[in-house]
Structures are given as C-alpha cells and as structure tokens.
Design a protein around this ligand. Structure first.
Ligand SMILES: NC(=O)c1ccc[n+]([C@@H]2O[C@H](COP(=O)([O-])OP(=O)(O)OC[C@H]3O[C@@H](n4cnc5c(N)ncnc54)[C@H](OP(=O)(O)O)[C@@H]3O)[C@@H](O)[C@H]2O)c1
Length: 213
C-alpha cells in the first residue's frame, strides 16, 4: 500500500503548524508534526533533531516545513539584548533541521523545503518595530536563497522556498487582528502541491505571489 507523499512539519503542537499538518493530511499527504519538550536545553534540542532524523529511517521525505519560531513582543530596537538576538537567530534559522533531514529529502524524486517566513522579513515593506524578529526572518529568507542555490548547483531536485502564511491570530501574534485562518492555511497547503523546482529561492505569500525582498 502506498504511503502517499511524506511531509514533516517542525513546530506543530499548536497554531499554524498543527493546522498545516491537518490540512496536508486532508490532501492525502502522510504528514507528521514535530513537537518539542520545553524543558530541553539547546544541546538536547540539537540531539533531538539528529535522533528524529535517524528515527525517520531510510525512506524519502517529500516535504519539510520549518514552521517553529519565536517572536518578540514588539520590542523597540534598543530594548533588544544580544541573548535575545541570538535566541531569535538560532530558533528562527533552521539550518540544523534542513541539514539532518537533507538525506531523506534527496531520496525523494522531487522534494520541497518550505521555510515559514513572515511579512516582517521584507525590507521593502518595513514599517519599523520588532527588530530582532525582522532580522531573524530576513536572515531566514537569505538562508532560503543560499540553500536553494547550493542545492541547484549540486543537481539536487529540491526546491527551497520561503512562504509568508499571512497575519493569523496565534499565540505569537498575541491573537491580534487576523487574516482568515482557514483560507490562508488552505492557501499554504495548496502551495505544497503546486510548488515546483522553478520556484526554488522564491519568497512568496499564501497565494503563491512574490513578496518583495
Ligand atoms: N501568526 C502570524 O501572524 C505569523 C505571521 C508571520 C509569520 N508567522 C510564522 O508562522 C510560524 C508559526 O507561528 P505561529 O503564529 O503559529 O506561532 P505560535 O503559536 O507561537 O507557534 C510557534 C510554534 O513554534 C514552536 N517552536 C518555538 N520554538 C521552537 C524551537 N526552538 N524548536 C522547535 N519548535 C519551536 C512552538 O512550539 P512550543 O510550544 O514548544 O514553543 C510552536 O509550535 C512561525 O515561523 C512564525 O514566525 C506567523
């Protein structure tokens, strides 16, 4: 019996991540969501990525969605500490997750790495505030483009794309004003079927439209 296309969504205990798992399952994907044990220290978290990638086994991974992230409660630029900046960078830049799941992605005929970005990543659309989060998400976009270019240069059939899922009422956004949750999650889930290799390195929204860097 076919397992269907396989997907792993990192950071899926609630909100956008959990909804994406459900939306993909409804579309026939064999979708798994990861959750973390909140008491774990950084080293244990790194180990847990390695252990999870080993536990995933030797099958192909068709889709990796890097959704897990932390925000800052609308701090002014001079309220950021270096510890705060480093935490945002290390959590919101999923290099290790991509690295350890890359062998599984390479075993897919065509795989996708989707980095859940943000409208806040855009330098063009910057309206101030939230420096640390903005910088971490702009850096995620740079990470997306860089890995996309290297994957292509290596002949890997893997599209790496940054996707802005809309402004949605979640814990991170303080359950503030929102786009329509169902419409936007469905938009992102639909993209998982339509993104192809020509999309690699793009920064797009839930409708597949280009967002200005
Ligand atoms: N909501 C919006 O309006 C909005 C707008 C633009 C972009 N986004 C992006 O959408 C994604 C999901 O955010 P959300 O709004 O659903 O926020 P959320 O409700 O705060 O959920 C964040 C998720 O990330 C996980 N996470 C946090 N730190 C992690 C770590 N070190 N390792 C693994 N997972 C970790 C959380 O798990 P724990 O419970 O274990 O912390 C949780 O599952 C994020 O990338 C965010 O930047 C959201």
């Amino acid at each position: 019996m076919s397992m269907g296309k396989t997907a792993l969504i990192i950071g899926a205990n609630r909100s956008i991540g959990l909804r994406l798992v459900k939306a993909l399952q409804a579309r026939g994907w064999t979708a798994t969501g990861s959750i973390r044990v909140s008491s774990k220290e950084d080293e244990s978290v790194k180990d847990s990525i390695i252990n999870a990638s080993k536990a995933f086994g030797s099958g192909p991974l068709d889709l990796l969605i890097n959704n897990g992230a932390v925000g800052t409660q609308h701090l002014k630029w001079d309220e950021h500490t270096s510890e705060n900046m480093m935490r945002l960078f290390s959590t919101n830049g999923p290099v290790q997750a991509i690295k350890h799941f890359y062998p599984g992605l390479k075993r897919s005929k065509f795989a996708k790495v989707i980095n859940i970005s943000s409208g806040s990543a855009s330098i063009t659309n910057n309206n101030g505030m939230n420096l640390g989060y903005r910088v971490s998400k702009t850096s995620l976009n740079q990470l997306t483009m860089t890995i996309a270019k290297e994957a292509r240069a290596n002949g890997d059939n893997i599209a790496v794309v940054a996707v802005y899922s809309g402004h949605l009422a979640t814990r991170m956004s303080g359950f503030s004003f929102s786009h329509d949750m169902e419409e936007y999650i469905n938009g992102v889930a639909n993209l998982m079927d339509t993104i192809d290799i020509s999309d690699t390195g793009r920064y797009i929204n839930w409708k597949g439209e280009t967002v200005p860097w």
